[in-house]
Design a protein around this ligand. Structure first.
Ligand SMILES: Cc1ncc(COP(=O)(O)O)c(C=O)c1O
Length: 447
């Protein structure tokens, strides 16, 4: 019998991991679930209900990762189960026109301010891939600008400067060194990508003076959600939009994380923005695979069949089962008070964590608001951009901290680059339990 309490807690997970390594690369299907963040092997989850999940050893957790934000209605929501059961009994998918996709699209167009029309795909990566193709076709330009530390999926040209690196490797802000996130991408792909620091208007203006006229688009996350949770400075996003237009480039807002989370119409509603193209995923599908591109007809109509059309095929586009889930999910999200509650629970969690860190004198801050936030172990008052993150954030301590939390029944990814998610089913009780667990973990860290 193993006497180590930690190993003892995860006996079945360890056994599954050993078995998984026989048939899966690294024992997982996405590197963020594997050895990079779980040196001893990941926890294998078996089932979920509401805001809670259970692993294969029977350990129960409150889930604050929520499938990287995809399960905005929590797990096994009765209304989602009901719609899935009713729909699948009549066939899962026909790869043909269906009423289900029309009803889902109508709701997206109703909720998202700039969605005159929408095109469904299966993942956020597909959505951003399509957005770039549309922008290139619309402007007849090839290059585009992305920001350091922003993640837009794993399509070749986006896989640049998305991981954290020592500051010495980053190059000057006005001409960042291009650092590929993946092997296997021809370096010529990156000739068409201009990289800029985020939240820094003068440097962006400087870069645009050199490259602005070549750009098809500037793509940005509204809240930087892949270096934790970094908020835009006041007026910054509008300024990026204006600058893109000054150079006749499109402004693509990647709302894969923020869409349907901060407001019914995502961050474009929250911040009052008018992107030319916006992309969605995650929360839109309430746990089912989804991606979507939305915008005006003048741009999206380029996908209409014809000689110079923008190609977008997909056997599983507007998957019927997912479309029914999307419609149900959007109806649930549209109910009176939903976003007020999401924000209130999230803000209560943030306040509770800040209070623990203050009381125990932990050098840690909590950034974000409402349904999404992240903790940074740092001496700084704020993390404003990628370079701050690379320089001042103790990601190893964060990882250790999250592993301690997991032992106390809080489920979260140990990756500091991700963020805590509040779903519609998290409760004040969940927040209270979280605060106690964070207090205990800080004590175990020696504070
Ligand atoms: C901002 C952003 N865009 C796009 C994507 C890609 O979405 P998916 O993982 O569904 O392909 C992600 C995924 O995390 C993301 O955070």
């Amino acid at each position: 019998m193993n006497e180590d309490p930690i190993t003892h807690r995860y006996i079945q997970s360890r056994a599954w991991f050993q078995r998984a390594e026989e048939s899966l690369v690294e024992g997982v299907n996405s590197p963020s679930r594997g050895a990079a963040f779980y040196p001893g092997g990941p926890v294998f989850l078996e089932h979920g209900r509401g805001s809670h999940v259970w692993d294969v050893d029977g350990n129960e957790y409150i889930d604050f990762m929520m499938s990287f934000g995809a399960t905005i209605q929590g797990h096994a929501h009765p209304k989602i189960i009901d719609v899935v059961t009713r729909t699948i009994a009549l066939g899962s998918h026909f790869a043909a026109a269906t009423p289900a996709e029309v009803e889902a699209a109508e709701r997206v167009c109703r909720m998202v301010p700039t969605a005159e029309v929408v095109r469904f795909a299966n993942t956020g990566s597909e959505a951003t891939m399509l957005a770039l193709r549309l922008a290139r076709a619309h402007t007849a330009r090839t290059k585009f600008l992305k920001f350091e530390g922003h993640y837009h999926g794993w399509y070749d040209p986006y896989c640049l400067n998305g991981h954290s690196h020592p500051i010495a490797q980053l190059g000057p802000p006005e001409d960042p060194t291009k650092i590929p996130d993946s092997d296997g991408i021809p370096s010529s792909v990156f000739d068409d990508v201009i990289v800029a620091p985020w939240n820094d208007v003068p440097t962006l203006e400087n870069i645009l003076r050199r490259h602005g006229r070549e750009l098809a688009a500037i793509i940005t996350e509204p809240i930087m959600a892949n270096m934790g949770c970094i908020l835009p400075h006041d007026g910054y996003l509008q300024k990026v939009c204006d600058l893109a237009h000054e150079y006749d480039a499109l402004f693509i807002l990647d709302e894969v994380v923020t869409g349907f989370r901060y407001a019914p119409g995502g961050c474009q509603e929250y911040y009052g923005l008018k992107p030319d193209i916006s992309t969605f995923g995650k929360a839109l599908g309430a746990g089912f695979p989804i991606g979507a591109v939305a915008g005006p007809r003048s741009i999206l109509d380029r996908m209409r069949w014809g000689d110079q059309m923008v190609l977008h095929y997909g056997t599983f586009n507007s998957h019927r089962l997912t479309m029914r889930v999307v419609a149900e999910n959007l109806d649930l999200l549209s109910a009176e008070g939903t976003y007020k509650k999401l924000h209130a629970i999230g803000n209560a969690a943030i306040a509770g964590l800040r209070e623990v860190f203050r009381r125990r004198k932990v050098p840690a801050i909590v950034q974000g608001f409402g349904p999404m936030y992240q903790i940074y172990f740092t001496e700084k008052d704020a993390i404003h951009d990628y370079r701050d993150y690379c320089t001042y954030v103790d990601t190893r301590r964060y990882s250790h901290f999250v592993h301690l939390l997991m032992e106390q029944g809080i489920y979260m990814t140990p990756s500091n680059g991700l963020h805590w998610i509040i779903s519609t089913v998290h409760s004040e009780k969940d927040v209270a339990t979280l605060v106690v667990a964070v207090d205990q973990s800080c004590r175990e860290l020696g504070f």
